[in-house]
Design a protein around this ligand. Structure first.
Ligand SMILES: [Zn+2]
Length: 275
């Protein structure tokens, strides 16, 4: 613990940074833009996350909720499930905690991101957004669902990188794609890959909470599939409060995404949001 690393995020082009000294007056030492510190897991949180194990289950409510959206849902193949079992196993080196950080969101960035296509209201806001200055919202508490979700994701990423995986990797990837309906460039971040298909990692309080959130998750996964030029993807959902983890393979994502965005864009254009 002698050499402290400062995890900050810059509003300018520097992005997420690991610094040896604390930025002065909250300004980026590289470009002078504002930057903000990441939330770092407490010692007890870090120990609990290292020791946390999940049970890989099939979740019929997630499959049914996906099928209700007109998508094809199936269980992942055995090789993938074997990989999931590897990352759900706890680890003993509880002192390793440098990966357990949650960077601050950035709001008001110009251009489109995949999250803008999660719902009709999000897309409407994105379509109306003019040139704006990015800003950090107020920091979230260490124990908030948002931060806990990021810490769980970081923990699973670490394990996936260390253990011998056959099909699944959890190395994040940033892509830009041209939106098939709107023609605009969309920035997308993908959590991982399974044999060329995008993998999205989500956390929920408990698996019972999935059906309400499945639509937005599928719109995001669809944007990721489109950016990779495929029509399928895998959604992994881990409980934050419980010990269950599930995964669903989904196909038919391109049409699903197009259909909704076409409808929303037509509605927005009637309201005058699009020129
Ligand atoms: Zn910077």
């Amino acid at each position: 613990m002698s050499r402290k690393i400062w995890n900050w995020r810059c509003l300018g082009g520097c992005g997420k940074m690991k610094l040896k000294t604390r930025p002065k007056s909250g300004l980026c030492p590289n470009c002078g833009e504002y930057c903000a510190p990441a939330v770092v897991a407490s010692k007890s949180q870090a120990a609990a996350l290292a020791r946390k194990s999940w049970k890989t289950v099939s979740c019929s409510s997630a499959v049914e909720a996906t099928q209700k959206l007109g998508l094809t849902a199936s269980a992942p193949k055995e090789e993938f499930i074997a990989d999931l079992r590897k990352i759900t196993r706890a680890r003993n080196d509880v002192a390793v905690a440098g990966h357990l950080i949650a960077h601050r969101h950035i709001f008001g960035r110009s251009g489109f991101c995949n999250g803008d296509f999660k719902s009709r209201s999000k897309l409407r806001i994105a379509l109306r957004r003019g040139p704006s200055s990015p800003f950090f919202p107020r920091p979230s508490l260490r124990t908030s669902p948002e931060v806990m979700g990021k810490l769980v994701e970081a923990e699973l990423e670490l394990r996936a990188g260390r253990r011998c995986m056959k099909s699944l990797s959890l190395v994040s990837q940033r892509l830009v794609f041209q939106h098939p309906v709107l023609g605009v460039k969309v920035n997308v971040e993908i959590d991982g890959d399974a044999d060329g298909l995008p993998v999205e990692l989500k956390t929920v309080a408990t698996l019972g909470k999935i059906p309400r959130k499945i639509f937005g998750m599928m719109m995001q996964l669809a944007g990721q599939a489109i950016s990779k030029g495929v029509d399928s993807g895998v959604l992994i959902i881990a409980e934050r409060d419980g010990e269950l983890l599930t995964a669903v393979c989904v196909s038919g994502l391109t049409n699903f995404h197009r259909k909704h965005v076409e409808k929303w864009a037509a509605e927005a254009s009637q309201e005058g949001a699009v020129a």
